[in-house]
Design a protein around this ligand. Structure first.
Ligand SMILES: Nc1ncnc2c1ncn2[C@@H]1O[C@H](COP(=O)(O)OP(=O)(O)OP(=O)(O)O)[C@@H](O)[C@H]1O
Length: 269
Protein backbone atom coordinates (compact mmCIF):
# COMPACT_ATOMS: atom_id res chain seq x y z
CA UNK A 1 0.00 0.00 0.00
CA UNK A 2 1.48 3.28 -1.14
CA UNK A 3 1.85 6.20 1.27
CA UNK A 4 -0.23 9.21 0.38
CA UNK A 5 1.86 12.03 -1.08
CA UNK A 6 -0.68 14.85 -0.84
CA UNK A 7 -3.75 15.07 1.40
CA UNK A 8 -6.09 17.96 0.73
CA UNK A 9 -8.56 18.22 3.60
CA UNK A 10 -11.61 20.48 3.57
CA UNK A 11 -9.96 23.14 1.43
CA UNK A 12 -11.99 26.32 1.07
CA UNK A 13 -11.00 29.51 -0.76
CA UNK A 14 -13.25 32.56 -0.73
CA UNK A 15 -12.83 35.83 -2.57
CA UNK A 16 -15.23 38.17 -0.74
CA UNK A 17 -18.66 36.72 -1.63
CA UNK A 18 -17.37 34.18 -4.16
CA UNK A 19 -16.46 30.67 -3.02
CA UNK A 20 -13.89 29.47 -5.57
CA UNK A 21 -13.19 26.23 -3.66
CA UNK A 22 -15.79 24.82 -1.35
CA UNK A 23 -14.73 22.18 1.20
CA UNK A 24 -12.73 20.04 -1.23
CA UNK A 25 -10.88 16.95 0.01
CA UNK A 26 -8.85 14.42 -1.98
CA UNK A 27 -5.59 12.51 -1.98
CA UNK A 28 -2.80 12.12 -4.51
CA UNK A 29 -0.29 9.28 -4.50
CA UNK A 30 3.39 9.28 -5.43
CA UNK A 31 4.22 8.07 -8.94
CA UNK A 32 0.64 8.54 -10.03
CA UNK A 33 -1.06 11.07 -12.27
CA UNK A 34 -4.03 12.68 -10.54
CA UNK A 35 -6.08 14.77 -12.96
CA UNK A 36 -8.18 17.73 -11.81
CA UNK A 37 -10.90 18.41 -14.35
CA UNK A 38 -14.02 20.54 -14.54
CA UNK A 39 -15.46 23.36 -16.64
CA UNK A 40 -14.09 26.90 -16.79
CA UNK A 41 -14.25 28.60 -13.42
CA UNK A 42 -14.57 25.32 -11.48
CA UNK A 43 -11.67 26.27 -9.20
CA UNK A 44 -8.85 24.18 -10.65
CA UNK A 45 -6.23 26.92 -10.94
CA UNK A 46 -7.29 28.33 -7.59
CA UNK A 47 -6.50 24.91 -6.11
CA UNK A 48 -2.98 25.11 -7.61
CA UNK A 49 -2.64 28.67 -6.33
CA UNK A 50 -3.45 27.44 -2.81
CA UNK A 51 -1.03 24.51 -3.09
CA UNK A 52 1.84 26.65 -4.31
CA UNK A 53 1.49 29.61 -1.97
CA UNK A 54 0.00 32.16 -4.38
CA UNK A 55 -3.17 32.20 -2.28
CA UNK A 56 -3.57 31.62 1.41
CA UNK A 57 -6.56 29.27 1.80
CA UNK A 58 -9.53 30.48 3.79
CA UNK A 59 -9.74 27.07 5.50
CA UNK A 60 -8.43 23.56 5.22
CA UNK A 61 -5.21 21.61 5.30
CA UNK A 62 -2.75 20.77 2.53
CA UNK A 63 -0.40 18.08 3.79
CA UNK A 64 2.52 16.74 1.77
CA UNK A 65 4.39 13.66 3.01
CA UNK A 66 7.42 11.80 1.68
CA UNK A 67 10.58 10.19 3.04
CA UNK A 68 9.45 10.49 6.68
CA UNK A 69 8.95 14.24 6.21
CA UNK A 70 5.68 16.10 6.26
CA UNK A 71 4.80 19.68 5.35
CA UNK A 72 1.66 21.74 5.89
CA UNK A 73 1.80 23.74 2.69
CA UNK A 74 -0.72 26.36 3.81
CA UNK A 75 1.72 27.40 6.53
CA UNK A 76 4.75 27.79 4.25
CA UNK A 77 5.77 30.78 2.18
CA UNK A 78 5.88 30.36 -1.60
CA UNK A 79 9.64 29.88 -1.91
CA UNK A 80 9.62 27.36 0.98
CA UNK A 81 6.95 25.33 -0.82
CA UNK A 82 9.33 24.90 -3.76
CA UNK A 83 12.64 24.76 -1.92
CA UNK A 84 11.72 22.68 1.13
CA UNK A 85 8.53 20.79 0.30
CA UNK A 86 9.60 20.36 -3.35
CA UNK A 87 6.30 21.27 -4.95
CA UNK A 88 6.65 22.84 -8.38
CA UNK A 89 4.17 24.07 -10.95
CA UNK A 90 3.70 25.28 -14.48
CA UNK A 91 1.14 27.88 -15.57
CA UNK A 92 -1.60 28.02 -18.21
CA UNK A 93 0.47 30.56 -20.13
CA UNK A 94 4.07 29.73 -20.93
CA UNK A 95 6.43 31.43 -18.50
CA UNK A 96 9.90 30.57 -19.73
CA UNK A 97 12.73 33.11 -19.72
CA UNK A 98 12.40 33.76 -23.46
CA UNK A 99 15.68 35.62 -24.01
CA UNK A 100 17.73 33.00 -22.18
CA UNK A 101 18.92 29.88 -23.97
CA UNK A 102 17.13 26.58 -23.58
CA UNK A 103 20.02 25.29 -21.46
CA UNK A 104 20.11 28.41 -19.28
CA UNK A 105 16.41 27.94 -18.49
CA UNK A 106 17.25 24.52 -17.05
CA UNK A 107 20.30 25.74 -15.13
CA UNK A 108 18.37 28.62 -13.55
CA UNK A 109 15.89 26.06 -12.23
CA UNK A 110 18.75 24.59 -10.17
CA UNK A 111 19.54 27.91 -8.55
CA UNK A 112 18.83 26.63 -5.02
CA UNK A 113 21.24 23.70 -5.27
CA UNK A 114 23.91 25.85 -6.91
CA UNK A 115 23.59 28.64 -4.36
CA UNK A 116 23.96 26.13 -1.52
CA UNK A 117 26.99 24.56 -3.22
CA UNK A 118 28.56 28.00 -3.70
CA UNK A 119 28.31 28.68 0.03
CA UNK A 120 26.07 31.56 -1.04
CA UNK A 121 28.83 33.04 -3.22
CA UNK A 122 32.41 32.65 -2.03
CA UNK A 123 32.92 28.94 -2.89
CA UNK A 124 31.77 29.73 -6.38
CA UNK A 125 33.98 32.84 -6.63
CA UNK A 126 37.06 30.95 -5.53
CA UNK A 127 36.30 27.90 -7.67
CA UNK A 128 36.00 25.34 -4.86
CA UNK A 129 35.98 21.77 -6.14
CA UNK A 130 32.63 21.09 -4.45
CA UNK A 131 31.11 23.99 -6.41
CA UNK A 132 32.61 22.76 -9.68
CA UNK A 133 31.09 19.33 -9.00
CA UNK A 134 27.70 20.91 -8.32
CA UNK A 135 27.97 22.88 -11.57
CA UNK A 136 28.76 19.70 -13.50
CA UNK A 137 25.86 17.89 -11.84
CA UNK A 138 23.53 20.76 -12.81
CA UNK A 139 24.72 20.57 -16.40
CA UNK A 140 24.31 16.77 -16.46
CA UNK A 141 20.76 17.04 -15.14
CA UNK A 142 19.91 19.73 -17.70
CA UNK A 143 21.32 17.59 -20.53
CA UNK A 144 19.43 14.54 -19.25
CA UNK A 145 16.14 16.44 -19.56
CA UNK A 146 17.08 18.03 -22.87
CA UNK A 147 17.62 14.54 -24.25
CA UNK A 148 14.27 13.36 -22.84
CA UNK A 149 12.44 16.21 -24.60
CA UNK A 150 14.49 16.00 -27.83
CA UNK A 151 15.98 19.47 -27.47
CA UNK A 152 19.65 18.65 -26.96
CA UNK A 153 20.47 20.16 -30.36
CA UNK A 154 18.71 23.38 -29.36
CA UNK A 155 20.55 23.93 -26.07
CA UNK A 156 21.91 27.32 -27.17
CA UNK A 157 18.74 28.52 -28.87
CA UNK A 158 16.78 31.30 -27.13
CA UNK A 159 13.83 29.60 -25.44
CA UNK A 160 11.41 32.18 -26.85
CA UNK A 161 12.22 31.21 -30.43
CA UNK A 162 11.31 27.53 -30.00
CA UNK A 163 8.05 26.26 -31.53
CA UNK A 164 5.14 26.42 -29.12
CA UNK A 165 5.01 22.66 -28.44
CA UNK A 166 8.73 22.57 -27.65
CA UNK A 167 8.31 25.47 -25.21
CA UNK A 168 5.61 23.52 -23.39
CA UNK A 169 7.95 20.53 -23.02
CA UNK A 170 10.80 22.79 -21.92
CA UNK A 171 8.63 24.16 -19.13
CA UNK A 172 8.08 20.64 -17.83
CA UNK A 173 11.79 19.85 -18.13
CA UNK A 174 12.58 23.06 -16.22
CA UNK A 175 10.17 22.04 -13.47
CA UNK A 176 11.77 18.58 -13.30
CA UNK A 177 15.22 20.16 -12.92
CA UNK A 178 14.14 21.29 -9.45
CA UNK A 179 13.80 17.56 -8.53
CA UNK A 180 10.22 17.92 -7.29
CA UNK A 181 8.16 15.46 -5.30
CA UNK A 182 4.89 16.97 -6.52
CA UNK A 183 4.63 18.35 -10.06
CA UNK A 184 1.55 20.52 -10.72
CA UNK A 185 0.82 21.05 -14.41
CA UNK A 186 -1.81 23.62 -15.42
CA UNK A 187 -3.15 22.74 -18.87
CA UNK A 188 0.12 21.52 -20.39
CA UNK A 189 -1.67 20.33 -23.56
CA UNK A 190 -3.31 23.71 -24.26
CA UNK A 191 -2.58 24.75 -27.83
CA UNK A 192 -0.85 21.49 -28.79
CA UNK A 193 -1.70 19.60 -31.96
CA UNK A 194 -2.62 15.88 -31.67
CA UNK A 195 0.91 14.58 -32.23
CA UNK A 196 2.33 17.07 -29.73
CA UNK A 197 -0.35 16.00 -27.21
CA UNK A 198 0.69 12.39 -27.72
CA UNK A 199 4.35 13.29 -27.13
CA UNK A 200 3.30 15.17 -23.98
CA UNK A 201 1.39 12.13 -22.70
CA UNK A 202 4.46 9.96 -23.29
CA UNK A 203 6.66 12.45 -21.44
CA UNK A 204 4.31 12.50 -18.43
CA UNK A 205 4.11 8.71 -18.35
CA UNK A 206 7.92 8.55 -18.50
CA UNK A 207 8.16 11.01 -15.59
CA UNK A 208 5.72 9.09 -13.43
CA UNK A 209 7.33 5.73 -14.17
CA UNK A 210 10.99 6.72 -13.93
CA UNK A 211 10.99 9.45 -11.29
CA UNK A 212 9.78 9.50 -7.74
CA UNK A 213 7.23 12.25 -8.29
CA UNK A 214 3.47 12.57 -8.11
CA UNK A 215 1.75 14.59 -10.84
CA UNK A 216 -1.33 16.80 -10.46
CA UNK A 217 -2.68 17.52 -13.92
CA UNK A 218 -5.23 20.21 -14.78
CA UNK A 219 -6.27 19.52 -18.33
CA UNK A 220 -9.19 20.18 -20.68
CA UNK A 221 -7.93 17.71 -23.32
CA UNK A 222 -10.00 14.65 -22.34
CA UNK A 223 -7.99 12.36 -24.59
CA UNK A 224 -4.84 13.15 -22.60
CA UNK A 225 -6.68 12.91 -19.26
CA UNK A 226 -8.35 9.59 -20.01
CA UNK A 227 -5.21 8.08 -21.53
CA UNK A 228 -2.71 8.77 -18.78
CA UNK A 229 -4.46 9.52 -15.47
CA UNK A 230 -4.52 7.03 -12.62
CA UNK A 231 -7.16 8.97 -10.75
CA UNK A 232 -9.46 11.87 -11.64
CA UNK A 233 -11.00 14.52 -9.39
CA UNK A 234 -13.93 16.45 -10.90
CA UNK A 235 -14.72 19.97 -9.70
CA UNK A 236 -17.70 22.14 -10.49
CA UNK A 237 -18.41 25.57 -9.00
CA UNK A 238 -15.67 24.89 -6.48
CA UNK A 239 -17.11 21.62 -5.22
CA UNK A 240 -15.81 18.10 -5.79
CA UNK A 241 -18.59 16.29 -7.60
CA UNK A 242 -16.84 13.03 -8.46
CA UNK A 243 -13.60 11.12 -8.24
CA UNK A 244 -12.41 7.81 -9.60
CA UNK A 245 -10.43 6.06 -12.29
CA UNK A 246 -10.78 7.17 -15.93
CA UNK A 247 -13.06 4.16 -16.52
CA UNK A 248 -15.29 5.22 -13.62
CA UNK A 249 -15.36 8.89 -14.59
CA UNK A 250 -16.23 8.08 -18.22
CA UNK A 251 -19.49 6.47 -17.13
CA UNK A 252 -20.30 8.63 -14.11
CA UNK A 253 -23.71 10.15 -14.95
CA UNK A 254 -23.10 13.26 -12.86
CA UNK A 255 -19.91 13.96 -14.76
CA UNK A 256 -21.41 13.13 -18.13
CA UNK A 257 -24.38 15.39 -17.53
CA UNK A 258 -22.46 18.28 -16.05
CA UNK A 259 -19.06 18.33 -17.75
CA UNK A 260 -17.91 15.98 -20.39
CA UNK A 261 -20.92 15.42 -22.56
CA UNK A 262 -21.39 12.08 -24.25
CA UNK A 263 -19.26 12.92 -27.30
CA UNK A 264 -16.24 13.72 -25.19
CA UNK A 265 -16.67 10.60 -23.07
CA UNK A 266 -16.51 8.68 -26.32
CA UNK A 267 -12.99 10.02 -26.79
CA UNK A 268 -13.46 13.17 -28.86
CA UNK A 269 -11.88 16.09 -27.01
N1 LIG B 1 -7.89 36.43 -7.29
C1 LIG B 1 -9.19 36.24 -7.50
N2 LIG B 1 -10.12 37.12 -7.10
C2 LIG B 1 -11.44 36.93 -7.30
N3 LIG B 1 -11.95 35.83 -7.89
C3 LIG B 1 -11.08 34.90 -8.30
C4 LIG B 1 -9.67 35.05 -8.14
N4 LIG B 1 -9.05 33.93 -8.65
C5 LIG B 1 -10.04 33.16 -9.12
N5 LIG B 1 -11.25 33.73 -8.92
C6 LIG B 1 -12.55 33.17 -9.26
O1 LIG B 1 -12.58 31.86 -8.75
C7 LIG B 1 -13.32 31.00 -9.64
C8 LIG B 1 -12.46 29.82 -10.01
O2 LIG B 1 -11.44 30.27 -10.90
P1 LIG B 1 -10.28 29.31 -11.42
O3 LIG B 1 -9.37 30.16 -12.27
O4 LIG B 1 -9.70 28.59 -10.29
O5 LIG B 1 -11.10 28.30 -12.35
P2 LIG B 1 -10.55 27.17 -13.30
O6 LIG B 1 -11.29 25.93 -12.99
O7 LIG B 1 -9.07 27.12 -13.24
O8 LIG B 1 -11.00 27.71 -14.74
P3 LIG B 1 -10.28 27.57 -16.17
O9 LIG B 1 -10.53 26.16 -16.62
O10 LIG B 1 -11.03 28.57 -17.01
O11 LIG B 1 -8.85 27.92 -16.02
C9 LIG B 1 -13.72 31.87 -10.82
O12 LIG B 1 -15.05 32.30 -10.62
C10 LIG B 1 -12.74 33.01 -10.76
O13 LIG B 1 -13.28 34.17 -11.34
Amino acid sequence: MMNTLLSVEHLTMRFSGLIAIDDVSFRAQPQQITAIIGPNGAGKTTLFNCLTGFYSPTAGQLKLCYEEKSFLLERLRGFEITRDARVVRTFQNIRLFPAMSVLENLIVAQHNQLMRASGFTFKGLFGFRSYQQAERAALDLACYWLERIDLLNYADTPAGSLPYGAQRKLEIARAMCTCPKLLCLDEPAAGLNPSESLALSELLLFIKQQHDVGILLIEHDMQVVMDISDHIIVLDYGRKIAQGTPAEIRVNPVVIAAYLGEEVVGGQA
